[in-house]
Design a protein around this ligand. Structure first.
Ligand SMILES: [Zn+2]
Length: 454
C-alpha cells in the first residue's frame, strides 16, 4: 500500500478494494482513523508552538543583555555590568606616577624596562587593558626640596633643580608614550582624549604635581603649557611661592594663610591658558581661596574625604559643599585617592572603603563631581582588591551594587573629568577672545630682576 504523503494510506490506490470505503464495517475504523489524524495534527502543532515558545524565552534570557546594551540597560551581575559600562566609558585616572617610577627605579632609561611585561609597580600595558583604562594623567613629579635633601630657603629662592627635574619627567613621559604608539596617545584637550579613546588608545595627559616645580615663575607655567601640561597641583607636601600645602597626615605650619599674592596671579594665568587648577595637597585655606578666585572649573586629581578618614590630606565637608553647579558653587571633580593611609585605618583599606569615600563625596557634591585618582605607582601599598590598574572594574562593580546608574558610573569612570576639562578650555578661549593679556607678574621676593616703576 502506498504510504506517500500525497495519498491517504488507508484509502489505497484508486480502483482497488478499500475497507473504509466499501464496507459498513469500515465506518468505525474510518472514524478512528480521522480521530487519530486530528490527534496527530494537534500534537504536531502543539509541539511546534511549545518549541517556539521555549526558544523565544531562552533567546530572550540570553540575548537580553545584548539587546539591553543597545537599549542602555546594564546586566544584573555587577562584574558584567562594570565590564560593559567600561567598554563605552573607560577609566580616565586623574593621577598615575609611572614617570616617577621611570625616574627613581630606571634613571629615565626607557630601554631598561618594557611596559608590555610586568613592571615593579602597579602599571603596565597588559594590566591597563585588563582594567579597561582609556586614559590617565601622567603625573610629572619631583619631590619638595626638603624631601630631596635640598634647602630652598625661607622664601624659596635657592636653586633646587626642580625645573630641570620636571622637564626630565615630561621628557620621560613623552618617550614612553611614543615608544608604545599602538597603546598611548599624547593628548592635550578633551576632544583629543575622546578621539584617542574612540580609536582604542589610552589618552595620555600630563599634569605637574606641585607649584614648587615652577621655579617661582609664571613664565615657566606658560612653557609647561606649551609642552602639553594640562594641570598643575598648587602645592605638594610643602609650602611654595604660590600657596600653602595641607601637609600629609597632619597639617604643617602655613606661610601665606592660603594663596600668596603670586598664587592669585598663578590661578588667573592657569585660567587664561587652560591649565586645570588642581587642589589636591593644598591647605584648606588655599583650596577655599582658589575656589573663590578661579573662573574655571577645578579638580582634586587624587584626594579622598576627611569625614570618612580624618587626615589632613583629605578634603573636608565644608569645602566639598562649595562644589557644584548651582549659584555660588564651582564645578569640580574630586578624584578619589586609593592610598591605604588616606582611605581607612591600618589594614582596613579595601574596595568597600574606597567606595565609602566616593559615596560620601557624592552625597555632598552630587555624583557628577566624583572621579578616580588612584595614585598608582606613587603609593607604597594598595587597598585589598585594588592592587593595580587591572582592578578598577571591581570598584565600578561596587558602585553599581550601591545603586549608581550607567550615567553616574560613566561620570565616575572618566566623563566628569572630561566635562571639567572642556569647561576649562571654554573659559580659556573666552578669556583669550576678550584679549586678557599674559600675566607678567614677578615673585616679589626675587632680587635677580630689575624692578622698573610701573
Ligand atoms: Zn600626590
Amino acid at each position: 500500500m502506498a504510504t506517500n504523503g500525497e495519498r491517504d494510506p488507508l484509502l489505497g490506490p484508486p480502483g482497488e478494494p478499500n475497507l473504509a470505503r466499501d464496507t459498513n464495517l469500515g465506518e468505525h475504523a474510518a472514524k478512528r482513523a480521522a480521530q487519530r489524524r486530528a490527534d496527530i495534527i494537534r500534537a504536531v502543532v502543539h509541539g511546534i508552538l511549545t518549541v517556539a515558545f521555549v526558544a523565544a524565552l531562552l533567546s530572550g534570557l540570553f540575548l537580553w543583555d545584548k539587546i539591553g546594551s543597545y537599549a542602555g540597560a546594564l546586566p544584573k551581575d555587577p562584574a558584567k555590568a562594570a565590564q560593559r559600562l567600561l567598554e563605552s566609558a573607560p577609566v580616565i585616572d586623574g593621577h598615575i606616577d609611572l614617570p616617577e617610577l621611570a625616574r627613581t627605579v630606571y634613571a629615565n632609561n626607557i630601554t631598561a624596562f618594557d611596559l608590555n611585561t610586568p613592571t615593579l609597580g602597579h602599571v603596565d600595558i597588559p594590566r591597563l587593558k585588563k582594567g579597561q583604562v582609556g586614559g590617565f594623567f601622567w603625573s610629572v613629579y619631583t619631590a619638595c626640596p626638603a624631601h630631596a635633601g635640598l634647602d630652598d630657603g625661607e622664601d624659596f629662592l635657592n636653586a633646587t633643580w626642580r625645573v630641570r627635574d620636571t622637564l626630565e619627567q615630561i621628557d620621560v613621559s613623552k618617550l614612553l608614550i611614543n615608544r608604545y604608539p599602538e597603546t598611548f596617545e599624547l593628548v592635550t584637550t578633551s576632544d583629543q582624549a575622546k578621539s584617542a579613546i574612540a580609536s582604542g588608545k589610552i589618552a595620555s595627559f600630563i599634569g605637574v604635581e606641585g607649584a614648587h616645580q615652577l621655579g617661582n615663575s609664571l613664565a615657566v607655567l606658560r612653557q609647561y603649557h606649551e609642552l602639553g601640561v594640562r594641570y598643575v597641583t598648587l602645592t605638594h607636601m610643602c609650602n611654595n611661592a604660590f600657596a600653602d600645602s595641607g601637609g600629609y597626615l597632619q597639617p604643617i605650619p602655613t606661610k601665606w594663610g592660603g594663596l600668596s599674592p603670586l598664587g592669585y596671579k598663578l590661578i588667573e594665568e592657569m585660567n587664561r591658558l587652560g591649565v586645570i587648577v588642581d587642589l589636591s595637597h593644598t591647605s584648606d585655606d588655599t583650596a577655599r581661596q582658589a575656589l573663590k578666585h578661579t573662573k574655571a572649573p577645578v579638580i582634586w586629581s587624587h584626594s579622598s574625604a576627611r569625614a570618612v578618614h580624618n587626615i589632613a590630606r583629605n578634603v573636608p565637608d565644608d569645602i566639598l559643599e562649595r562644589v557644584g553647579t548651582t549659584d555660588g558653587k564651582v564645578d569640580a571633580v574630586i578624584m578619589v585617592n586609593f592610598a591605604p593611609q588616606f582611605v581607612a585605618d591600618e589594614g582596613k583599606a579595601n574596595v568597600q572603603a574606597v567606595a565609602n569615600h566616593i559615596d560620601h563625596i557624592a552625597n555632598i557634591t552630587g555624583r557628577a563631581h566624583v572621579g578616580l585618582g588612584s595614585d598608582y605607582d606613587g603609593i607604597d601599598s594598595t587597598p585589598e582588591g585594588l592592587e593595580d590598574v587591572s582592578k578598577y572594574p571591581a570598584l565600578v562593580a561596587e558602585m553599581y551594587k550601591r545603586g549608581w546608574d550607567r550615567f553616574e558610573l560613566a561620570g565616575l569612570s572618566g566623563r566628569n573629568l572630561l566635562r571639567i576639562l572642556a569647561g576649562v578650555e571654554r573659559v580659556a578661549s573666552d578669556l583669550q577672545a576678550h584679549g586678557v593679556p599674559p600675566a607678567l607678574d614677578i615673585y616679589d621676593k626675587r632680587t635677580d630682576l630689575p624692578r622698573p616703576e610701573l
